[in-house]
Write a protein that binds this ligand. Structure first.
Ligand code: M6R
Length: 608
């Protein structure tokens, strides 16, 4: 959501911080700000809007210094404007704070601080922190931060600087990701490794309750009692070009086109063609343990939840194990049946989604074993889960998830195959599935070649106001995902439905103005979906169909046709998702929308 970056070292901080903010802009982007120690004290610049607004302001009115902190905001408390942008200052403007997360007892603390004479300028919960630190400051910044944070309820990743301690950045984490970057004689703090990847790949991930104190001579990690902690230094294996657009007009398009490689990367070294199974060392479980669970619960949000639905179908279909899928945000607040015999699979691209993380912790609290299917290495879900599968899709910057979806489904297929082979799926059946999986990267590449034709179709629909996406079986979740992609980046209202459910209500919407996307590959429910297509045509609806072969039954019934290669039923959603991503992308671009940074959205939703 919001993003933090901080720097201390010999170089000028402003360009480094602006560069870091630009790389974080995908996380949240309604305002931004910087605090620099300029030799006399804290000097700030803030601007509503994109980072480019802040950059223009800093060009017109530069600030020079070699230590600073910066923030890109996604509003929670208070409108996205100048006063609410971070950094937030104390009364004397000697302390500057940037903050990701939510201070839940912010109103009560604010009242108490106002009663003590503090004057607030913003509507943010963050400003409470700067005043609290001011109130507790007694010559040592980290001690003041610790004391202030001990009064706070909620979540935070913060970075703090002070005029009275001008060579120091103090950072702290509880529930909102933060890492320390170690350069040559210079140190960074960041909420996301992409902010600092151009300068270092050596990082220390902070855990909840950790504080980092960075100065010109080094860094210290301490706990809330100020006792020193020893932490491992991790090496990031992402390259800089992985977080750049590489000639594509948008990250989303680049990421769609990466899918032949990313799906291959998810499978790499994990398929065992000779025995028709998969090898998944990261599960940290023996075969006996894998067989010991009574039920599987998969939890996730958004696109990852759509992957979860496909995972349910895969695991039940292949392994005949009972699976339930829960929205992470709902699971936490009801009373689901979770025991020590439950395997909880947690799916998250970012590994930081607050609802998903909380659902995983709740499942673990109830005794379940948690497996993470995660993209971002070192993320909180990856670190706190009991094992899992990294999808190895590389950084996903576009807010609309694309390559993570195909890789999540691929990872779920690997898991389902492994479990199924343990539970009686024959070697021959396993080999058949492995063969189909191995073809997927080339089949995705084949679909990508049809991008120009999909762009032409998009031209016809750029001005519509509604869309319906229909699919059956494995492609019902693909329909949900297609609709989500379109609505989040084009702002066209779109709904996904199981195709047969249409006649129980949504059919009332069908007329000549309603485009209906059917996912209709030649699978086991093809005949059924043909009937649904006829039902739409009978009401003058406009049909765009994803098909896998020429079908006489559809002659004259399709207004537009997009061809996908044939595969076995279970992999059709991976192939179908690619043209649906492209369709959404081109429609959004033709409507003039900012596809990489859609309004109101953030890449990683780290608040509940
Ligand atoms: O990082 P996560 O996979 O946990 O994120 C979950 C959702 O927030 C995410 O998939 C969201 O729905 C995307 N905008 C979808 O494109």
């Amino acid at each position: 959501m919001c993003g933090i970056v901080g720097y201390v070292g010999p170089r000028l901080a402003t360009p480094l911080l602006l560069e870091g903010l630009k790389r974080l802009e995908y996380r949240g982007y309604d305002s931004a700000g910087i605090a620099i120690m300029n030799g006399n004290g804290v000097e700030t610049r803030k601007a509503p809007g994109k980072i480019s607004e802040l950059e223009a302001l800093m060009t017109a009115s530069p600030v020079h210094g070699t230590l600073g902190i910066a923030h890109t905001r996604w509003a929670t408390h208070g409108a996205p404007n100048f006063v609410n942008a971070h950094p937030q200052l104390d009364c004397e403007e000697r302390i500057a704070v940037v903050h990701n997360g939510i201070i839940e007892n912010g109103s009560a603390l604010r009242q108490a601080l106002e009663d003590l004479g503090h004057t607030f300028r913003s509507d943010t919960d963050t400003e409470v922190l700067s005043h609290l630190i001011e109130e507790t400051y007694d010559g040592n910044l980290e001690e003041a931060v610790i004391e202030a944070l001990s009064k706070v309820e909620g979540t935070y990743g913060i970075a703090v600087v002070s005029t009275d301690d001008p060579n120091k950045i103090v950072a702290a984490r509880k529930g909102s990701p933060l890492l320390v970057g170690l350069g040559e004689g210079e140190y960074f703090i960041a909420s996301d490794v992409s902010a600092i990847l151009a300068h270092t790949r050596q990082v220390i991930y902070l855990d909840d309750g950790d504080l980092a104190v960075l100065d010109r001579d080094g860094y210290r990690i301490i706990d809330m009692n100020a006792s020193p902690l020893t932490k491992d230094v991790a090496s990031i294996d992402w390259d800089l070009d992985m977080i750049e657009r590489g000639g594509f007009p948008h990250f989303m398009l680049k990421e769609i086109f990466e899918q032949p490689d990313t799906v291959k990367n998810t499978m790499r070294g994990r398929l065992l063609p000779e025995t028709g199974t998969a090898k998944l060392g990261g599960l940290n479980m023996t075969s006996e343990e894998l067989l010991s669970f009574d039920n599987i619960l998969i939890t996730a949000c958004g696109t990852s939840w759509h992957s979860a639905l496909i995972g349910e179908f895969l695991i039940e279909d292949l392994a005949r194990s009972p699976v339930e899928v829960e929205y992470a945000s709902e699971m936490r607040y009801r009373n689901p049946i979770i025991t020590e015999k439950t395997l909880c699979i947690v799916i998250s691209q970012s590994g930081e989604t607050a609802d998903t993380l909380a659902a995983m912790r709740e499942a673990q609290r109830r005794g379940a074993r948690a497996l993470g299917i995660v993209n971002v290495v070192g993320s909180t879900i990856a670190r706190e889960s009991d094992g899992g599968i990294y999808i190895h899709a590389g950084p996903e910057i576009g807010v609309a998830s694309t390559k993570a979806f195909s890789s999540q489904v691929t990872a779920l297929a690997l898991f389902a195959l492994k479990l199924a082979r343990l539970r009686g799926l024959t070697e021959l059946e396993g080999k058949h599935i492995v063969e189909a999986m191995q073809k997927l990267p080339d089949q995705i590449a084949e679909i990508l070649e049809t991008a120009p034709a999909i762009e032409e179709i998009a031209e016809q629909f750029k001005d519509v106001t509604n869309f319906l996406y229909l699919g059956r079986g494995y492609n019902f979740p693909a329909a949900l995902e297609g609709a989500l992609k379109l609505k989040e980046i084009s702002y066209i209202h779109a709904e996904g439905y199981p195709a047969a459910e249409m006649k129980h209500g949504p059919i009332a919407l069908i007329d000549e103005n309603m485009p209906v996307v059917f996912i209709a590959p030649h699978d086991s429910v093809f005949d059924k979906i043909v009937s649904n297509i006829h039902e739409v045509k009978a009401r003058s609806g406009c049909v765009i169909a994803l098909t896998s072969r020429s079908e006489p039954a559809l002659a004259g019934k399709l207004d537009y046709e997009i061809r996908i290669p044939e595969t076995i039923d279970m992999f059709t959603p991976i192939l179908a998702s690619v043209p649906l991503q492209l369709l959404a992308y081109y429609i959004a671009v033709k409507r003039g929308a900012n596809v990489d940074q859609p309004r109101n959205l953030a890449k990683s939703v780290t608040v509940e």
